[in-house]
Design a protein around this ligand. Sequence first.
Ligand code: MG
Length: 163
Amino acid sequence: MRVGLGYDSHRLAEGRRLVLGGVEIPFEKGCVAHSDGDALIHAICDALLGAAGLSDIGSHFPDTDSQYKNIDSKILLAKVVELLSQKRLKINNVDCTIVIEQPKMSPYHDAMVQTLAEVMGIEPARLTIKAKTNEKMGFVGSGEGVVCLVTCTLDEPTDSVNL
Ligand code: MG
């Protein structure tokens, strides 16, 4: 079994869409980013890539590359899942925490789980998404940004020698 850890943060600003977990969330502010700014998907990608020994999201999809401008991050996640399957790595579980002061994530929880499980090709029971505030402390607490943390485990093929 292999374990991965992913982290992402994005600045929140007016005039941007807020997209987290592949779901558009109506809010006065959204993530500032080269892509659609989906910090949850970016953290998931980094956890999966890390567990697979495949570096990180920035090395696969550089933000200096115009083909990724405003890209739907679900496309990036699908590409990461394809890289895992090339190594015959199977996603065992993905555990996520979103830290954001506002808005409440609970109305969007089920849609996020459904969307992300489908993109990753896993049963929804293998994916957990939790959300919390930062108790008004720091840049998350002031509403300046959002943070996402993700761990995952991957199962290696039993006959693997050198991955
Ligand atoms: Mg990001």
